[in-house]
Design a protein around this ligand. Structure first.
Ligand SMILES: [Zn+2]
Length: 166
C-alpha cells in the first residue's frame, strides 16, 4: 500500500488522531516480554477510517463491531500494531499535535528507546551477563537478578544490624 504523507494529509491525520486516536504501549505477549507501541482509532464512520488508512498506508481497518445497546451504531477500528509503523506515524504527525499529545508521544518514544537500549546491552553495569535466568523485566526495562539479590541482601543485613539499645 502506498503512503500519501503530504503535509496536508499528515495535518488531517494529526487533527483526527488528536481527538479520536489513542497512542499506547501494549504488552508484547507473543515475543515474550517488553512492550509495543501502537495507535488505535475507533469510530462509527467507516469512511473516515478508510481515508486514514489510505493516507497512512499502514495499519488496518476492522469492523463493524456491535457494542453496547441496540441503538448504538456499529464501531470501526483502525489499528497500527507494527511498532516501526506506529513510531514512524507518531513522529510524522507530531509537529501538528498540541503540546499535551506531543508530550505523550515523546513519553512513548522514550520508553521504546529505553527498551531498545536495554536489549542491546549484554551485561549489567556490574558486569553480570543478561542471560535468560539472570534477567527480569519490569516496566519495560531489563534488570539483573544477581544485582537485585545483592541489593536484597544488603537491605536484610541493615535490618538485622542492632540499632542502638534494645
Ligand atoms: Zn548485575
Amino acid at each position: 500500500m502506498n503512503k500519501n504523507w503530504t503535509p496536508e494529509n499528515l495535518a488531517w491525520v494529526a487533527g483526527l488522531l488528536e481527538g479520536e486516536g489513542c497512542f499506547s504501549t501494549s504488552k508484547r505477549t507473543k515475543t515474550g516480554g517488553g512492550y509495543q507501541l501502537s495507535i488505535t482509532c475507533n469510530m462509527t464512520d467507516e469512511d473516515v477510517l478508510i481515508r486514514l488508512h489510505n493516507i497512512l498506508g499502514v495499519g488496518s481497518v476492522r469492523g463493524p463491531y456491535k457494542k453496547g445497546k441496540e441503538h448504538h451504531k456499529p464501531q470501526w477500528c483502525f489499528t497500527i500494531r507494527r511498532m516501526e509503523d506506529a513510531k514512524e506515524v507518531m513522529l510524522a504527525i507530531r509537529p501538528w499535535m498540541l503540546s499535551r499529545r506531543q508530550a505523550r508521544i515523546d513519553e512513548l518514544l522514550a520508553l521504546e528507546e529505553a527498551r531498545a537500549l536495554s536489549i542491546k546491552k549484554t551485561h549489567c553495569k556490574n558486569g553480570h551477563e543478561y542471560t535468560e535466568e539472570n534477567t527480569y523485566m519490569w516496566n519495560n526495562i531489563r534488570y539483573c537478578k544477581k544485582c537485585r539479590a545483592a541489593a536484597n541482601d544488603r537491605r536484610r543485613q541493615q535490618e538485622v544490624t542492632p540499632n542502638g539499645t534494645s
